[in-house]
Design a protein around this ligand. Structure first.
Ligand SMILES: *[C@@H]1O[C@H](CO)[C@@H](O)[C@H](O)[C@H]1NC(C)=O
Ligand SMILES: *[C@@H]1O[C@H](CO)[C@@H](O)[C@H](O)[C@H]1NC(C)=O
Ligand SMILES: CC(=O)N[C@H]1CO[C@H](CO)[C@@H](O)[C@@H]1O
Length: 268
C-alpha cells in the first residue's frame, strides 16, 4: 500500500476509497481492481469539471485504496475530501467482524464543516443504509443487472442535474427504507432506493456502479452466467442493452463537486 503524499495543496482533490471487495479476473487483468476503476472514473469526472470550468485547470486527484477487509483504514479523516465506499460480493447485512466494523466506522465519521464527504457505491450504499438504521436485505425481485435507466426524484434532479441516471447495476441486495434524515434521489421499478442524500448534504449514495463500463459489465455477466448465478434469460436480456450509453462521467463529476462543496457551497 502506498503512503499518502498528502500536501497542503488545495488543488488536489483527495479521495480515500474503502475497498470492500475485488473485481473478477478478466476485469482485474484489463482494468484493475476497485482503486484503479475509481481512479479512472474520477479522473474522467475531473476532466469534465475542468471543461465546465467548475475547478481550476491544474486541479489534481489523489486517490488511495484502504482494504477494510484487512482492517486497513485512513489514519486521519481530515486529510481527505471524501471517503468513498466500494462495491463488494459480500452482504452488507452480514454479522461479520469486518463489515460490523465498517458500519460503525461510517456511523462515526463526523458530519460537520471540514469533515470529509461520504460516498457509497452499491455495497457502500447499503452500508450507509445499515449505518443509519435502514433495513438492508435481498430483493424479492432478484438481481437487477446491467444497463438501467433510473428515474430521478425532484431532489435527485437537482443534485444529478438530469431527469434520469443511466448506470450499470449488479445487485440483488437493496436498502429497504430511506433512513431518517435522508432523501431519496433515484428509483427504478425493481429497486426503489437507488440513490440517497443526507439532508445535511454530507453523505450521498448510489446503488449502481458508475465505475463499470459496458465492457466491464459484460465480463461480470459472462462470469456469473457461466457459474450459474445468472439465468440464461437474464444474461441475454442484460447483454442486449449492456452497451447503451451511461452517465458515468457526469455522475463522477457531480460526486467530485459534492466532495468539494456539497450543499453548503450552493452548488446543489
Ligand atoms: C429530509 O428531507 C426530506 C425531503 O426534503 C424531508 O421529507 C424529511 O422530512 C427530512 N428529514 C428530516 C429528519 O429532516
Ligand atoms: C460466481 O462468481 C462470482 C464472482 O464472479 C462469485 O461472487 C459467486 O459467489 C459465484 N457464484 C457461484 C454460485 O459460484
Ligand atoms: C421512502 C421510500 O421510497 N422507501 C422505499 C424504499 O424501498 C422500499 C423497497 O423497494 C420501498 O418499500 C419503500 O417504500
Amino acid at each position: 500500500m502506498m503512503v499518502a503524499p498528502i500536501t497542503q495543496n488545495a488543488k488536489t482533490i483527495r479521495v480515500a476509497l474503502l475497498v470492500c471487495g475485488t473485481t473478477i479476473a478478466p476485469v482485474a487483468e484489463n482494468f484493475g481492481l476497485y482503486p484503479a476503476l475509481f481512479r479512472t472514473l474520477l479522473l474522467q469526472g475531473l476532466d469534465e469539471l475542468k471543461k465546465l470550468k467548475t475547478v481550476a485547470q491544474d486541479t489534481d486527484l489523489y486517490l488511495e485504496g484502504f482494504d477494510v477487509r484487512e482492517d486497513v483504514y485512513p489514519e486521519e479523516l481530515n486529510d481527505w475530501d471524501a471517503i468513498f465506499i466500494s462495491g463488494s460480493a459480500s452482504n452488507a447485512y452480514d454479522d461479520i467482524p469486518w463489515i460490523n466494523k465498517l458500519v460503525q466506522y461510517v456511523k462515526d465519521i463526523p458530519r460537520g464543516k471540514g469533515a470529509p464527504k461520504v460516498v457509497g457505491i452499491c455495497f457502500g450504499h447499503q452500508i450507509i443504509g445499515r449505518a443509519y438504521d435502514a433495513r438492508v436485505g435481498k430483493n424479492t425481485r432478484g438481481w437487477e443487472l446491467g444497463w438501467t435507466s433510473t428515474d430521478l426524484t425532484e431532489i435527485g434532479q437537482k443534485f444529478w442535474r438530469d431527469t434520469v441516471m443511466r448506470i450499470q447495476e449488479l445487485h440483488q441486495d437493496i436498502v429497504h427504507d430511506v433512513p431518517e434524515g435522508f432523501t431519496l434521489m433515484a428509483s427504478t421499478s425493481h429497486t426503489t432506493n437507488q440513490s440517497m442524500i443526507s439532508n445535511d448534504s454530507t453523505i450521498v449514495s448510489v446503488q449502481g456502479h458508475p465505475e463499470f463500463t459496458g465492457t466491464i459489465m459484460k465480463e461480470f455477466i459472462k462470469a456469473r452466467t457461466a457459474n450459474g448465478t445468472f439465468s440464461k434469460e437474464l444474461s441475454e436480456a442484460s447483454m442486449a442493452v449492456v452497451d447503451n450509453p451511461v452517465d458515468n462521467v457526469k455522475v463522477a463529476a457531480r460526486l467530485l463537486e459534492f466532495a468539494l462543496t456539497g450543499l453548503d457551497g450552493g452548488t446543489f
